[in-house]
Design a protein around this ligand. Structure first.
Ligand SMILES: Cc1cc2nc3c(=O)[nH]c(=O)nc-3n(C[C@H](O)[C@H](O)[C@H](O)COP(=O)(O)OP(=O)(O)OC[C@H]3O[C@@H](n4cnc5c(N)ncnc54)[C@H](O)[C@@H]3O)c2cc1C
Length: 592
């Protein structure tokens, strides 16, 4: 059975040494959120993940969810796991205090997400969407809706869902047909079918709060005619309890490749009572509050599964004896050497380590920017953070999940045939991680969001903000002899990124297919450059922390590996992007 140990040392390196998380205590409401307090909280979270949730991961996958007549049962142990999660106060950790939350910074939630996803991805998705619902209702709901739903979502006694997808409307939400008609008393009656709804029905809580996209009778066509409704499984009583059943029924659950312990549901709404969240026809704007948070959360799924796969691969490669080291055996009296001696195995381990620690730094940086965006006293600082979060959200979602999937595969490869069979649990990580590239907007859609919307936004203002920060740190690092070459490599890749950005923007003015043809390569290149910047920062931080004369620092060695062995992909990607749309669009559809 695979094991999981939360990487608390690296988490603290990123939070305390790299990002100086202590600076958040200067923000209103966060005075008590000291690094020591966060460390204590995260240690407790680690215990829950390691001892309660991780042991349920493999059995949950083998058993899956059960469906009978609209009722869904989660696998054995999940209820107890959820009770432990709720009783520990974890649903409330970053929620607003006025509704019972503990009001800790968002960055703490990002770290918790990583650990939950490493321990048990299927489990993590039951609370993930409740957290997103709290954000959307808090931002867009009226006082009555907040009073009725938020305390229960915050204390975890109810969970939430996001209901967007319909059989004929996946990426293109403008096609949604679910209808909402006024009930005459301020509520609406919602009718339609949603598919693929994560945690749409389960037995962990006595109520489920669905956030549903639907059309009002006078809705204009397309996405401009979509409104957002809150539709509970059970109607809340005046005392805030789960009351009588609403017109919401789970029609079936999907049988799928991974995350088998998370119920993926067909949800039928039949004149279900719901309430409008935000303005009529402005549902996409309101839903984006939830979707942006969920996109970062899905990015953490990529990171979390990468981390747990890597940990198990390291342990296995230290123990599995096959072949001899080419440069002299460390154990000549044994039958063979552990496979960790072989350069090709080291290549896999280093690739995993370099991506994982780099992605962690990048994702936590964005997590902290969310706190700055929400609370900083200075308007210009808040605006900068808002721009950077908007720019980086598709990168975190798609880069971390694409790389996360690659890493679960590399980890499986380290096990050879033993990775392909069930016993070691590695094939589950591969299966589980695959979905993260698909839901919450496929990674192709994220790439188009980055290149088609975020990059041109404000005449390149968002990218410019990123470049200013990166250039500043790279110039500083270049003054340190041990970092000079590394910083210059990253700067070369950054300049190559700017070069292709200009090329694509100029071409896109003439040919709209240029954006779509370049987008996926561009996002990958962006992620590689941003991670390279983080590696230079981490190496600089490690050197500063270790003091003069320190030799062989793992962070510096790993940074070197990243820059020498992974970052060069940016130059191939630049060439691919430069090739433009014509090679992609050359064939007529009938020629495939
Ligand atoms: C396990 C699971 C859980 C899910 N959970 C939820 C949930 O909780 N709530 C919810 O609402 N939905 C959920 N989904 C649905 C998920 O978000 C959609 O599957 C996803 O958005 C893609 O939609 P689709 O499957 O219809 O694919 P399609 O939209 O048909 O896309 C198929 C392919 O075409 C590409 N494509 C489509 N349009 C374009 C375009 N304009 N330009 C370029 N490429 C394009 C896509 O990138 C993709 O590769 C879940 C799905 C799964 C499998």
């Amino acid at each position: 059975m695979p094991t999981y140990k939360a990487p608390l040392a690296d988490i603290r390196f990123v939070l305390d040494d790299l990002l100086d998380v202590g600076q958040l205590t200067a923000l209103p409401g966060y005075a008590d959120a000291t690094p020591d307090l966060l460390a204590t909280v995260l240690e407790e979270a680690a215990t829950l993940c390691e001892e309660v949730l991780a042991p349920l991961n493999q059995s949950g996958d083998a058993e899956g969810c059960h469906y009978e007549n609209g009722v869904v049962r989660t696998p054995r142990g999940f209820r107890e796991g959820y009770d432990a999660y709720r009783e520990g106060g974890w649903p409330a950790m970053v929620a607003p205090p006025e509704f019972g939350g503990q009001g800790l910074p968002h960055i703490a939630g990002v770290v918790l997400d990583e650990m939950l996803c490493s321990a048990n991805l299927s489990f993590s998705m039951y609370p993930l969407l409740a957290h997103g619902s709290v954000g959307a209702l808090d931002r867009w709901g009226d006082e009555e809706l907040k009073r009725r739903f938020l305390p229960r979502l915050v204390d975890g006694s109810w969970t939430g869902t996001m209901c967007l997808t319909e059989p004929h409307a996946g990426t293109d939400l403008g096609l949604i047909r679910t209808r909402a008609v006024p009930a005459g008393d301020g509520a609406y009656l919602v009718t339609g079918t949603k598919i693929f709804i994560s945690a749409g029905e389960h037995d962990l809580t006595d109520n489920i709060v669905h956030l549903v996209l639907a059309r009002l009778p006078d809705a204009p066509p397309g996405t401009k005619g979509i409104s957002l409704f809150v539709v509970p499984k059970r109607l809340p009583t005046d005392e805030g309890l789960a009351g009588s059943a609403n017109g919401v029924v789970c029609g079936s659950i999907e049988h799928k490749m991974g995350i088998k312990a998370n119920a993926t549901c067909v949800m039928n709404f039949e004149n279900a009572r719901g309430w409008l969240v935000g303005d009529p026809h402005k549902g996409m704007r309101a839903m984006f509050t939830m979707m942006n948070g969920a996109r970062l959360g899905v990015g953490m799924q990529g990171l979390g599964l990468a981390e747990v796969s890597y940990q198990n691969a390291v342990a296995y490669t230290r123990e599995r004896l096959q072949g001899r080291s080419a440069h002299g055996s460390p154990a000549p009296n044994a039958d063979a050497d552990p496979i960790i001696v072989h350069p090709d195995v080291r290549r896999m381990l280093m690739t995993m380590k370099a991506y994982i620690e780099g992605m962690r730094a990048l994702a936590y940086w964005v997590g902290m920017l969310i706190d700055v965006e929400e609370r900083h006293a200075d308007t210009a600082t808040r605006e900068e953070a808002t721009d950077l979060v908007a720019l980086m959200t598709p990168v975190i979602k798609a880069f971390c999940t694409d790389v996360g999937f690659e890493i679960t595969n590399l980890a499986l490869q380290c096990f050879g045939g033993h990775g392909y069979i069930r016993e070691y649990g590695m094939e589950q990580f591969v299966r589980d991680s695959r979905i993260a590239q698909i839901y919450e907007g496929t990674n192709g859609v994220q790439a188009m969001d980055l290149l088609g919307r975020k990059v041109p936004d404000g005449n390149g203002r968002l990218v410019q903000r990123f470049v200013v920060l990166a250039e500043r740190d790279l110039a500083e690092a270049a003054k340190v002899p041990a970092l000079r070459a590394m910083a210059e490599h990253v700067r070369d890749s950054l300049h190559a990124l700017l070069q292709v950005t200009g090329t694509v923007m100029a071409r896109a003015a003439r040919d709209p297919d240029e954006i779509g043809a370049a987008a996926t390569d561009y996002l990958r290149m962006f992620g590689l450059v941003a991670t390279g910047w983080m590696w230079v920062r981490m190496a600089a931080t490690a050197i500063a922390k270790a003091g003069e004369g320190a030799t062989s620092l793992p962070k510096v060695d790993t940074a070197n590996f990243y820059v020498m062995k992974l970052l060069p992909q940016t130059h191939a990607l630049a060439a691919q992007i430069e090739a433009g749309a014509p090679p992609v669009m050359a064939l007529d559809a009938s020629a495939f």
